[in-house]
Ligand binder design. Structure first.
Ligand SMILES: [Zn+2]
Length: 310
């Protein structure tokens, strides 16, 4: 076995499920290798590493519940020690994320882990981008809640009017992150598996039960590599029964490329290019997601410009 006992891995994936005889639909996201890649190239303080793991896992659970072809982007922007976090999830299952933070503030011992303390005042934005000729969907809400899950739950309650419960956890040392999300689907969306429709009272009651059962899960279980996704879900909802739907593999993959950067540089006026050059006469760019450094010298810049002009 390649893995040591202290560093076991999950397959990086999202498992979609529904709770039988209810209108509750859910997603269980578990990450290990992909989370490790997100942490590589960034020397994040522990709290940042943990929060970016939670944000990434949450973005996958939300993205998987949407029908889209393109990118789902979850982004926070705020005035606290962590001033920005962003996670991208493509419909093909590639993920990437990063955080911007004030390193000096983390040098002074930060002891609290709450969202008001680490992120401060700001907002969280949910964006679906399906390409150039399509309308961009965006939802924005103030960061209100003691943790990221609460902030997202508030958004769904207020803006989308969908009851949503989310549990998030990340362990940067073991390199594991997880999200468990359940949503109460509108009765009209109930799929044909349900033999008899629930009354509104039964619908509410089954949602409350599902929520209570979910809150009985411990974060250690979500991160337990000995507990498979299906086992965890059966353990949680065996009273009702649980139906497993799609299981989607996830991989860390950045979308940056030399070609994309070259296209952007070709559109910048030569005068401005001069201002952008380093003392060595190079244009340099670092991708904040994956840490790749790109360098362009005059010769390459000229050939880019000539190629674009043709
Ligand atoms: Zn990149």
């Amino acid at each position: 076995m390649a893995n040591s006992a202290s560093h076991l891995e999950f397959p990086d994936e999202v498992q979609s499920f529904s709770v039988e005889h209810t209108n509750v639909r859910g997603r269980l996201v578990r990450l290990s290798k992909a989370y490790e890649k997100i942490l590589t190239n960034h020397n994040y303080p522990a709290q940042v590493a943990s929060l970016i793991g939670e944000l990434t896992a949450m973005s996958i659970s939300l993205a998987d519940s949407l029908k889209y072809d393109g990118q789902f982007i979850l982004q926070t922007q705020s005035d606290g020690p962590i001033n920005m976090m962003v996670a991208n999830v493509t419909s093909s299952g590639t993920i990437r994320s990063y955080a911007r933070y004030d390193a000096e503030k983390f040098n002074n011992t930060i002891k609290q882990n709450s969202v008001p303390y680490l992120l401060g005042n700001g907002h969280i934005a949910f964006t679906v981008d399906q390409g150039a000729d399509t309308e961009r969907y965006q939802g924005i809400t103030a960061l209100e809640g003691s943790n990221l899950a609460e902030c997202a739950q508030n958004y769904f309650r207020q803006s989308e009017q969908i009851e949503t419960a989310i549990m998030l956890t990340a362990d940067p040392v073991k390199k594991r992150a997880a999200a468990l999300m359940i949503q109460k689907m509108p009765i009209s969306n109930t799929n044909s598996h349900q033999p008899d429709a629930l009354s509104p009272e039964e619908d509410d009651e089954s949602w409350r039960d599902a929520e209570i059962l979910m809150s009985s899960t411990r974060t250690e279980e979500l991160l337990d590599t000995n507990l498979k996704a299906n086992e965890l879900l059966f353990r949680l909802y065996h009273e009702f029964g649980v139906r497993l739907h799609n299981k989607k593999p996830l991989t860390f993959q950045c979308q940056c490329s030399r070609e994309k950067l070259a296209k952007i540089l070709a559109s910048v006026p030569p005068k401005e290019i001069e201002y952008m050059k380093t003392d060595e006469g190079l244009i340099t760019s670092n991708c904040e997601f994956c840490g790749t450094d790109y360098k362009f010298n005059d010769e390459i810049l000229n050939s880019i410009r000539n190629n674009e002009a043709q």
